[in-house]
Design a protein around this ligand. Structure first.
Ligand code: GUN
Ligand code: FE
Length: 473
């Protein structure tokens, strides 16, 4: 652990509101040894910072670590991946022409079951953490598997690599293969409690890693299991993550599995089933929500549950185009998820890019003829909000991460784009992964070029809670 105070200097870009990025140029951000931002000053070069800001904090300038963004580089908040399956990482890109229910049986359950092998789990989870950090993901809401030891290992590895995370042991006691299913609701609950206890022992203040109650999705969970998990959430105040309304066949299955006569709920909609089990709370992350009805959106909003929008996954396994504007208009908080490996990419930048593109398909409508509304379209600013501040709200870390401000923790990435020289070449340091900025672009234009053309090669360094957790070689 580095324990030095830090002074970051240069251009800082972050979301001020859903549709507004703020650009702080020639700015100084001071981060103390706990990883908390204690000062943000604009029009402040290094001499001024040393003369006024550091003494004002009572800091000895000689002890402070200085990190300067070079010309053209900028600091951006770390990305928050509000939904991904660490256990499915080896399968990214491997989905053929499958859709959700056959994809689960063909590709997903066999791989997840195989991670009960501790050596394999260590190998996969180590890689997933390194990989997502290298893409600027400073916080991830992970699904592991039903296996407790390897789920706990994932949490331990997040801690040792310094990635902020919510880690969930997957609960599923029905409609899945014999080789990969909880023996009973009680067994599922006991294993969940065991994993929660482990994670709370590893990080008692949940400073970096926290447990999350994870019923896989309604079809794979019996009503007694969902009810027990709802009660556990109530008892522990822990967050919940699950999937909702991703795919039309899945929705039909939920309606047939959970009739009103079984749940006692007013109807058999997907959201109502979760609500009847006490699983819709203001700490619930609902992945997908592609086909929610108006009444379900009302219920989700009333309970304060949030949505993880996973555009890469929804396109890849042909689930549909989620209406993010429609959700936001209804007051439902939204963030972005890669949903690896339903989604093919570990990059939240890619998810943001696809969120922008998928919103254009919502405008175009099912037949591509444009019967949708123009305002469904998401801007560069909006998708980057979802990737940072929106995500922070979804994972319950609003006011802690997601932007640059005094009191927030320093979860950030340094982004570099290739600046094209007079000779048409980019400098040696920018050569790799250059997005080709000519220098005449405005800052909003540079950020747009990053969103649409950037990748992990542009993510030069990454910090979580003030600690450097990734540096590009
Ligand atoms: N629904 C239930 N399980 C899964 C999963 O692993 N991925 C996705 N995308 N949807 C699911
Ligand atoms: Fe998922």
């Amino acid at each position: 652990m580095e324990l030095r105070n830090k002074l970051f200097l240069g251009t800082f870009v972050h979301s001020k509101a859903l549709d507004e990025l703020e650009y702080l140029h020639n700015a100084a951000v001071c981060v103390d040894t706990t990883g908390t931002i204690v000062a943000v000053e604009v029009d402040c070069d290094e001499p001024r910072a040393r003369e006024i800001v550091l003494p004002g904090l009572g800091w000895d300038g000689a002890e402070v670590e200085v990190v300067k963004a070079k010309e053209g580089q900028f600091f951006f908040p770390g990305f928050i991946d509000t939904h991904l399956h660490a256990s499915q990482y080896p399968n990214i890109g491997i989905f053929g022409k499958s859709t959700l229910l056959d994809w689960l049986n063909t590709y997903t359950f066999p791989l997840e079951a195989s991670l009960a092998d501790p050596a394999k789990a260590r190998r996969v989870y180590t890689r997933v953490i390194r990989k997502t950090l290298s893409h600027g993901t400073t916080c991830a809401a992970y699904y592991a598997t039903i296996d407790v030891p390897s789920t706990n290992l994932l949490a331990d590895l997040c801690l040792s690599h310094g990635q902020r995370a919510l880690v969930g042991r997957v609960c599923m006691d029905q409609l899945s293969p014999d080789y990969y299913r909880d023996a009973s609701p009680d067994a599922s609950l006991a294993d969940t409690r065991a994993s929660i206890a482990h994670i709370l022992t590893a990080d008692p203040t949940m400073s970096l890693v926290r447990p999350i109650i994870t019923p896989r999705f309604a079809p794979a969970c019996s009503l007694p299991l969902m009810r027990q998990l709802g009660a556990l959430a109530h008892e522990t105040s822990l967050p919940i993550q699950t999937h909702i309304s991703e795919n039309k066949s899945e929705i039909a299955l939920v309606q047939s599995l959970f009739p009103r006569s079984a749940t006692g709920a007013p109807d058999n909609s997907y959201a109502t089933v979760y609500d009847a089990a006490g699983l819709l709370t203001d700490k619930t992350i609902l992945a997908h929500a592609v086909h929610l009805t108006e009444a379900e959106a009302d219920l989700v909003r009333a309970r304060g549950a949030k949505v993880s929008h996973c555009p890469c996954s929804n396109s890849a396994i042909t689930s549909g185009a989620a209406r993010v504007r429609w959700l936001l208009d209804r007051g439902i908080g939204c963030g972005l998820g890669t949903d690896m490996s339903g989604g093919y990419s570990p990059s939240v930048l890619e998810a943001a890019r696809q969120a922008a593109l998928v919103s254009r398909h919502v405008v175009l409508g099912a037949d591509g003829r444009g019967e949708g509304e123009e305002r469904e379209k998401l801007s560069v600013e909006e998708v980057l909000f979802l990737a940072t501040r929106g995500g922070a709200e979804v994972v319950g870390l609003e006011g802690r991460v997601g932007g640059f401000g005094v009191g927030l923790e320093w979860d950030a990435q340094l982004v570099g784009l290739g600046l094209v020289g007079e000779d048409g070449e980019v400098g040696p340091e920018e050569e790799e992964g250059d997005v080709d900025v000519f220098g005449w672009e405005s800052w909003p234009e540079r950020v747009a070029k990053w969103l649409y053309n950037g990748d992990d090669r542009n993510t030069k360094r990454v910090w979580v809670k003030g600690r450097l957790v990734h540096q590009r070689k």
